[in-house]
Design a protein around this ligand. Structure first.
Ligand code: NAP
Length: 319
């Protein structure tokens, strides 16, 4: 089969498409013909050896896919030809991928492979962040940084689907703000000076932060009492530090959100998360905006779209 390989840790331009042997599913694994694969920030980090998951070189990246089942274990409830979305974690940027049966989910007929491949990673992260870690209550207000990105658009839609009140998007440009509004945000603020706008329009109960960097302290200042700041990632590059007197004085919390290791390390957890969002997927309430699509041969360009901050919505590979 054709697959994208990371053969050296020299960044997005160093990925190569190669003929490699078809993957062989192990016990409890499903073989999937990939129709679409989601590209995410961690794969950009993997091309430089900077992500926590560091497989031995060479390896095929690709954490999430959608496609057709080729084979599935007896008793799994899956059969050849079923439409599914899945989290292979690695190996997804290829014509065929394998995933544990616990990480393979039936895709409703109303949901395309493109949309399906953009769902599991970001939407289960957003669900884990807002509902499991952030204890979002009905009517609470939410501010989302990086709101035109993959995690950001997912967080907007999960917040709305699970009963949030006002959802405020923060983006670096008005164009990205429009993407966030399309995804379901009630308003957008430009990242530069966002705190002044928050003070004018009202503080929030929850901040979703996949960006980090120098906006962190202003995010804390944006919270109501009892507010929670959900730490999801550091696309700005810099890992912020917090003076904890700010937490004490305002009765606010900084909450770590590390979805992968937590959810995937607990048998059945990811499936329960999928079941919690499945009705909203079927209804269309959770429909990721698709940004740009690329072939396997164009993977470097797909990765650079994310790396160079040009991505809006989800970036996909269509093998
Ligand atoms: N903790 C977890 O469990 C978990 C799970 C999934 C992903 N993540 C992490 O979440 C983060 C976001 O992932 P994503 O897939 O949403 O990425 P994405 O689609 O590329 O969006 C990230 C956003 O970050 C903002 N940004 C600010 N400074 C940036 C910079 N210097 N370079 C690039 N983007 C910058 C951009 O928005 P503006 O231009 O509007 O500022 C961009 O839209 C990543 O760090 C990823 O590793 C964490």
């Amino acid at each position: 089969m054709r697959a994208v390989q990371i053969t050296s840790l020299d960044g997005p331009d160093a990925v190569e498409v190669q003929e490699v042997p078809d993957p062989t599913p192990g016990d409890g694994q499903v073989l999937i013909r990939v129709h679409a694969a989601g590209v995410a920030f961690p794969e950009v980090l993997q091309t430089r050896g900077l992500y926590q998951l560091k497989p031995e070189l060479p390896f095929v990246p690709g954490a999430e896919v959608a496609g057709e089942v080729v084979s599935a274990p007896d008793g799994s409830g899956l059969a050849a030809g079923d439409r599914v979305t899945a989290l292979p974690l690695i190996g997804g940027f290829a014509e065929l991928a394998v995933a544990d049966v616990d990480s393979v989910f039936a895709l409703p007929d109303s949901v395309s492979y493109e949309v399906g491949s953009a769902l599991p990673f970001n939407y289960l992260t957003a669900y884990f962040a807002l509902i499991e870690r952030g204890r979002l209550a009905k009517g609470e207000s939410v501010l989302v940084h990086g709101a035109a990105g993959g995690v950001g658009t997912a967080a907007i839609q999960v917040a709305k689907a699970f009963g949030a009140g006002r959802v405020v998007a923060v983006t670096s440009t008005p164009e990205k703000g429009a993407v966030a509004l399309d995804a379901g945000a009630d308003e957008f603020l430009l990242a530069d000076g966002f705190l002044d706008s928050v003070k004018a329009s009202g503080k929030v109960d929850v901040v979703v932060d996949p960006v980090g960097g120098d906006r962190f302290t202003d995010s804390l200042r944006s919270l109501n009492e009892d507010g929670r700041l959900l730490v999801i990632g550091f696309t700005a590059g810099q890992i912020p530090e917090v003076k904890v007197n700010r937490l004490l004085l305002n009765n606010i919390s900084v909450v770590g959100v590390g979805w992968g290791a937590y959810a995937l390390g607990r048998p059945g957890h990811v499936r329960r998360e999928w079941e919690a969002v499945a009705d909203h997927v079927a209804s269309g309430a959770l429909t990721p905006p698709i940004g740009a699509t690329f072939t396997l041969e164009e993977t470097a360009e797909a990765l650079k779209t994310i790396d160079e901050r040009r991505a809006t919505g989800k970036v996909l590979l269509l093998p």
